[in-house]
Ligand binder design. Structure first.
Ligand code: MN
Length: 322
């Protein structure tokens, strides 16, 4: 018998595609999923079979990037709401195995906040996932988006900040000359990290956690490098000439991180040391990462059984009320 045998395994960054949302993906976003598109569109038996084979009990489903973040304000809210209704139906086909994070059309922040409330109260969703820059331009810390965070705090649900492709000017200046040979440099190989770590730091700088002290933010990919960097960020932001901010304290308190697409022993150990196992949740990043290696990694990793149980299911049961 293995350690995982009698434990519930909940994976919380597990993607799918809604056929109507994905019709609007173009350019770099259209190319992103490539051969995985068929798997992303499958929310039926093959997905559950793959979960069974890997030993995953629950997938919390979220749309693949950039979801509804790049939809214009006039069409976005309707498309997001219809996608959420379909996601609800998907979850209803297997309510013990599937749960959902809402799609929000952030181009209309107040309507996105209303949709978050509807998705949580009427559809039973566990929070929302937001992917990268709204309209390919705007970081989510901008005050126009705060109605979403205000509502998330009031509903006591987390907002998952998922990577999207960086701003075109950043791609041009920092990444462009290598992405033909190494497309991964644009996404999980660095571009995603650059974009989402920046979003995480900007959230703290914006003061949103002063206004909404119980707001909970989830970052995937073991916190997008921020647990490793926070000591140094804290140092730099509190040097003379800076406004001063308790970056490390706020990050450790208001942020939760997941293991999505990052099954590294030393990286996880560092995250536990900086943030404690109470702030780390299990995730795969399916299907961008296959299911099987995740539970196997957790099974073999040198970690006490209490912390392992928190990461595998205890923390998500608490944070997502699963
Ligand atoms: Mn992902």
């Amino acid at each position: 018998m293995t350690i995982l045998d009698n434990q519930r395994v909940i994976a919380i960054e597990e993607h799918y595609y809604d056929p109507e949302v994905v019709k609007h993906f173009d350019g770099r976003d259209g190319k992103l999923a490539g051969f995985l598109k068929k798997t992303l569109l499958d929310v039926g038996k093959a997905r559950i079979d793959s979960m069974d084979e890997a030993g995953i009990d629950v997938q919390v489903l979220s749309h693949g990037a950039p979801s509804t973040q790049k939809l214009a304000a006039d069409i976005g809210p309707g498309i997001a709401a219809a996608a959420n209704d379909r996601l609800y139906e998907i979850c209803q086909t297997n309510p013990d195995r599937l749960a959902g994070f809402a799609n929000l059309a952030t181009a209309e922040p107040v309507s996105a906040a209303d949709e978050l409330e509807r998705a949580v109260k009427q559809l039973g969703f566990k929070g929302a996932m937001i992917h990268g820059l709204t309209g390919g331009e705007l970081f989510i810390d901008d005050q126009r988006f705060w109605p979403i965070f205000e509502r998330a705090e009031a509903l006591d649900v987390p907002i998952y900040l998922h990577p999207g492709i960086p701003h075109e000017k950043v791609i041009e200046a920092y990444l462009g000359d290598y992405i033909e040979k190494y497309p991964g440099f644009l996404n999980a190989g660095w571009g995603f990290t650059l974009e989402t770590a920046t979003a995480g730091i900007r959230m703290v700088l914006s003061g949103v956690f002063k206004k909404y002290p119980n707001l909970k933010i989830i970052l995937g990919h073991l916190g997008e490098t921020l647990p490793f960097l926070m000591w140094r960020i804290d140092l730099a932001l509190n040097r003379p000439g800076n406004d001063g901010v308790e970056f490390r304290k706020i990050f450790s308190n208001n942020f939760y991180i997941t293991t999505s697409g990052f099954f590294s022993d030393p990286a996880l150990m560092l995250c536990i040391q900086e943030m404690s196992a109470d702030h780390i949740l299990f995730a795969i990043d399916y299907p961008f990462v296959p299911n099987e290696p995740g539970p196997k990694w957790m099974e073999r990793i040198m970690l006490n059984s209490v912390d392992k149980a928190k990461i595998l299911h205890g923390n998500s049961e608490k944070l997502l009320k699963l």
